[in-house]
Design a protein around this ligand. Sequence first.
Ligand SMILES: NC(=O)NCCC[C@H](N)C(=O)O
Length: 405
Amino acid sequence: MKPINVTNEIGNLKKVLLHRPGQELENLMPEYLERLLFDDIPYLKIAQEEHDAFARILKDNGVEVVYLEDLAAESIGDCDVKKMLIREYLHEAGVWNEKRLEVLMDYFLQFDKRVLIDKMMAGLRKTELTNFTKRGLKDYLDNDYPFIIDPMPNLYFTRDPFASIADGISLHKMRTSTRNRETLFTKYIIKHHPDFADYNIPLWYDRDDRFALEGGDILILDKNTIAIGISQRTDPSAIEICADRILRAENDFDTVLAFDIPKTRSFMHLDTVFTMVDRDKFTIHPNIQGGITVYALTLDEGKIRIDEENDTLENILCKHLNLNNVELIKCGGNSPIDAAREQWNDGSNTLAIKPGEVVVYSRNYVTNKILEERGVKTHVIPSSELSRGRGGPRCMSMPLVRDDL
Ligand SMILES: NC(=O)NCCC[C@H](N)C(=O)O
């Protein structure tokens, strides 16, 4: 079996990548929430219990669950790789002072692989380093800043740093430096992990590419069609570059639909406002139904051709997915109050585990009831704490293998 195979959004989910939230959440402080892209501080113990319930539901439904932290640790086959990873991690965390680098290399090298990965993810408090002394000018200026290395609290949103597409991945350049560091783990996994390294996995985008692209914006609507959001997190030029590479490769994809969505935090990624739940059913944020523009990117005589689609979202989806009818299921139904509240908690962000079966957050009960009434089976997970990071079940998962449809 190829290590990556994803040609749709809703086929039987076979293997998925998660990250169990860890100490990185305990390093969140009110002062720095905005920069770290959080709106509140989850209670770690309960967040872990909720996350375990998520993983349990997936496993009970035949999905193999693998964890980012395990794969990253298993990628460190020898001491050279370990050193390379730590060095790159430190550089990307903004450490450049030679003396500080040396001390931190020694600090991280003392740990076994799995503990090392947890430590890297958690970040480093000044109090954890015995004899922390001021080295660079920055240390004098940041006197009150409690971290030597920032935590990576968004890691449990495995949807974003890379996306599985056909037998390859797009490895992302993230919009913000806090999230860009996350993609380093994927880089090492595909290069060094025994389950991935031998496959020469195609890269449709790379973290060294110039423009921002995030996985929450990428939805594989069917084996021919990929949707990518032009959003607060994803640049149009990144979509063109990625589309060009995918459309030229040997696979069935022939169209990339670029959805121009509002560039605001509440619309963050395309999957914040639009997910696929069945062959012809989608959840949506009520506000996108009327007013979004979609551009169809195809290859025409070896060059990317762009067509602006001037039609309703329903008609655009019917046309490209060869369907007679599609159902758009509004988050929160017809009540603007329920819609706003449940949208805040990712009511439109569902993870399909097979056609017409999705994982959803318990707190979005209005939307969940509507889904059930429309014939969609919901697997409900607890959601008091996980939702505080502003992502739902789709954001918290990256499919590695799905059945083709
Ligand atoms: N695909 C997604 O919408 N992921 C959710 C990411 C939430 C995270 N706190 C962020 O702002 O990046």
